[in-house]
Design a protein around this ligand. Structure first.
Ligand SMILES: NC(=O)C1=CN([C@@H]2O[C@H](COP(=O)(O)OP(=O)(O)OC[C@H]3O[C@@H](n4cnc5c(N)ncnc54)[C@H](OP(=O)(O)O)[C@@H]3O)[C@@H](O)[C@H]2O)[C@H](O)CC1
Ligand SMILES: [K+]
Length: 504
C-alpha cells in the first residue's frame, strides 16, 4: 500500500474534487462516517465524547463527526479552537448543519471541560500543519494528553507534520488515529509513529487512480502485497539455487559468520560456504555441518594479503556477503576494499564490512550490492549524526540508493529499504526480541540466500527483513521477547517461509 506525504494527499484530494467532480463536502461526509464507524466498533467505554476541532478541514471532519456521533446515540460535546465566524467552506457548512442538533458547543480555550469524557477526539490540525504548535495550542494539546479518556486523532495527531517522520514539537498522543484514503509518513515511521497508536485507514471515495496520479514512491510491505515465494520445480537440484558465500569472523566473533551462514543455508541457498580466517576454521567445520568452509590466510582475522585467494575462490560463486563478525582491524578493512575492487560479484555488506568504506568503494558497488546498516552505521556512511538519520531517514536512504545505485536496508523498528530507482519500501515487522546481537547476522544470511536463489535485490531485501521480523513475531507470541535467541529464530524460519508459499 502506498504511503503518502501531506502534499501528495492534498493533490489526490484536489484531483478527486476538481477532475472527477466528487464534491469536497462528500469527502468530508465520508470521512466522518468512516471515523464514526470505527468509534462504534471500539471496545472502550464511549458514553461521553468530546471533539476538539480546529478551524481548517481537519476541524471540519470533527464537526461533521459530532453529528454522526449524536446520530449513533452518544452524548457529544464540541470544543472549537476558533470563533465560529472564522469557519469557512465545508467546516462552516457542517457547523451550520450542527446548529439544528442538540450538541453542546464550547470554546476550547475559554470554556472549562464539562465532563470526564470517555473519548477525546483531536481534530485540531491535520495535514495542514507545517510548523510546530505554540502558545495556547501547545497548552491545549498538553492538557488533552493529560486527560484520562481514550484518545482518537483524526487524520493525524495534532502537532505532527504530514511530510516527515520527525516529531517537530508538542503533539497529541493518540491511542487510535483514523486517517483518510492512505496512511501518511508519520503514521508508519518512527519517531512520529509512536504518537499515532493504532492507525486505521478509511475509504472516503478517493479512487486508486487519483492516488496514482500523485506518483507515490513510498510503499508499505504487508501480507497483502508481499510477493509469494515460488514452489520449486520437482526436478530441482542444488545447482539451481546458487552458491552463496559468507565472508566473516574474527577471534571472539566467529559466531556471527556461523549464524549468517546457517540462516543462508536454512533459507534455501543451494550451497553455502563460510570464508573464515584459517585459525577459526575448525569452529566453522564443526559449528555448521551443512555449510562448507574456506579457510583464508593464516591468522584469526582477515588481512589484505588474504584478498587474492578469497577473490579467486568467490569469483565463480553466485553472491557473497561481507561483514559478519569481521572486526575493524585496518588490515581487515584493506582486505574488504580489495575484495570490492577485484570482483564483480553481487555483494551484501553488513556491520564491520561497512565500517571502513568510503565514496570510492561505494562507487564500485553500483548496481550489484545491498548494504544493511543500522542507524549508527548509516550515520557514519552519510556523515550525519544518529539524530539526523532518525529524523530524515526516508530522504537520506533515497538519496544514497539513487546516487550510488545500491539497495539500502536501514535497519530499525521500522526498516526502510531504498532501491536505486528512488522507490522506498517500509516494513513494520518484528518485535523487541530482535534487539539482540546476532539478529543482523541472521538478516545478512537471509538476504544473501535469496540473492543466491535468483530473487531480485529488492525482493531479497524484502524477504530477509520480512521473514526475520515475522519469525520474531511468531516466537514472541509463544515465548517472550527477552528470551529468544538468534538460534531460535534460525530454527523457526520455516514458519514464515511456509506462509510465503501459501496460495502459490
Ligand atoms: N483526502 C483527505 O485526506 C481529506 C482530508 N480532509 C481533512 O482535511 C485536513 C486538512 O485540512 P486543511 O484545512 O488543509 O488543514 P488543517 O485543518 O490541518 O489545518 C489548517 C489550519 O491550521 C492552521 N495551522 C497550521 N499549522 C498551525 C500551527 N502550527 N499553529 C496554529 N495554526 C496552524 C492553518 O493556519 P495557517 O496560518 O497556516 O494558514 C489553517 O488555518 C486533513 O487532515 C483531513 O482531516 C477533508 O475532510 C477532505 C478529504
Ligand atoms: K488531528
Amino acid at each position: 500500500m502506498e504511503i503518502l506525504d501531506s502534499v501528495q494527499m492534498a493533490s489526490a484530494d484536489k484531483y478527486t474534487i476538481e477532475k472527477i467532480g466528487i464534491p469536497s463536502t462528500v469527502l468530508m461526509e465520508n470521512a466522518a462516517s468512516g471515523i464514526a464507524e470505527i468509534i462504534k466498533n471500539l471496545d472502550v467505554k464511549k458514553d461521553k465524547i468530546a471533539v476538539f476541532a480546529g478551524s481548517g478541514n481537519n476541524g471540519g471532519d470533527g464537526i461533521t463527526l459530532a453529528r454522526k456521533c449524536y446520530n449513533a446515540g452518544y452524548k457529544i460535546d464540541l470544543y472549537l479552537t476558533s470563533p465560529p465566524e472564522k469557519l469557512k467552506g465545508d467546516p462552516l457548512l457542517n457547523y451550520n448543519i450542527l446548529q439544528y442538533y442538540p450538541v453542546r458547543i464550547f470554546n476550547a480555550f475559554e470554556d472549562k471541560l464539562l465532563e470526564d469524557y470517555d473519548i477525546i477526539v483531536d481534530s485540531i490540525f491535520g495535514t495542514g500543519l507545517t510548523r510546530p504548535v505554540e502558545g495556547k495550542y501547545k497548552s491545549l494539546i498538553k492538557k488533552l494528553n493529560e486527560l484520562p479518556g481514550f484518545k482518537i486523532a483524526i487524520d493525524m495527531p495534532s502537532g505532527l507534520a504530514g511530510n516527515t517522520n520527525a516529531v517537530i514539537g508538542e503533539c497529541f498522543r493518540a491511542d487510535v488515529t483514523v486517517t483518510m484514503c492512505r496512511a501518511k509518513i508519520p503514521h508508519k515511521i518512527y519517531p512520529a509513529k509512536k504518537f499515532c497508536g493504532k492507525v486505521e485507514v478509511v475509504d472516503i471515495s478517493i479512487p486508486d487512480f487519483a492516488v496514482a496520479s500523485v506518483k507515490p514512491y513510498i510503499y508499505e510491505i504487508t501480507e497483502n502485497n508481499i510477493e509469494k515465494l515460488n514452489k520449486r520445480e520437482s526436478d530441482s537440484h542444488k545447482g539451481k539455487f546458487g552458491h552463496a558465500v559468507i565472508i566473516g569472523g574474527s577471534a571472539g566473533k566467529t559466531g556471527a559468520a556461523l549464524m549468517a551462514s546457517k540462516s543462508c543455508a536454512k533459507a534455501g541457498a543451494g550451497l553455502t560456504t563460510t570464508v573464515i580466517p584459517s585459525a577459526l576454521n575448525l569452529a566453522a567445520e564443526l559449528g555448521n555441518p551443512e555449510v562448507m568452509s574456506f579457510p583464508a590466510g593464516s591468522g584469526d582475522y582477515f588481512r589484505e594479503n588474504d584478498a587474492k585467494d578469497v577473490t579467486e575462490f568467490i569469483n565463480d560463486k553466485t553472491v557473497a556477503a561481507i561483514g559478519p563478525g569481521m572486526g575493524r582491524n585496518d588490515k581487515t578493512i584493506e582486505f574488504i576494499k580489495q575484495i570490492i575492487a577485484a570482483t564483480n560479484l553481487p555483494l551484501v555488506i553488513d556491520a564491520d564490512g561497512l565500517y571502513g568504506l568510503d565514496q570510492n568503494d561505494f562507487e564500485k558497488l553500483r548496481f550489484r550490492s545491498i548494504i544493511t546498516p543500522h542507524i549508527g552505521e548509516f550515520a557514519r556512511i552519510v556523515n550525519k549524526t544518529n539524530e539526523e538519520v532518525i529524523n530524515n531517514k526516508l530522504e537520506l536512504v533515497r538519496e544514497f540508493s539513487t546516487n550510488y545505485g545500491i539497495v539500502t536496508v536501514l535497519k530499525s523498528a521500522d526498516t526502510i529499504i531504498g532501491i536505486p530507482d528512488g522507490t522506498i519500501f517500509v516494513l513494520n515487522t518484528g518485535t523487541p526480541a530482535l534487539a539482540k546481537g546476532g539478529s543482523g547476522d541472521c538478516l545478512t544470511g537471509l538476504i544473501t540466500s535469496f540473492v543466491s536463489q535468483n530473487c531480485t535485490f529488492k525482493n531479497s531485501a524484502v524477504y530477509g527483513v520480512w521473514i526475520l521480523g515475522k519469525t520474531a513475531e511468531h516466537l514472541t507470541n509463544i515465548y517472550n521477547e527477552r528470551t529468544i535467541l538468534v538460534s531460535d529464530l534460525i530454527d523457526n524460519l520455516w514458519i514464515e517461509i511456509n506462509e510465503l508459499y501459501r496460495n502459490n
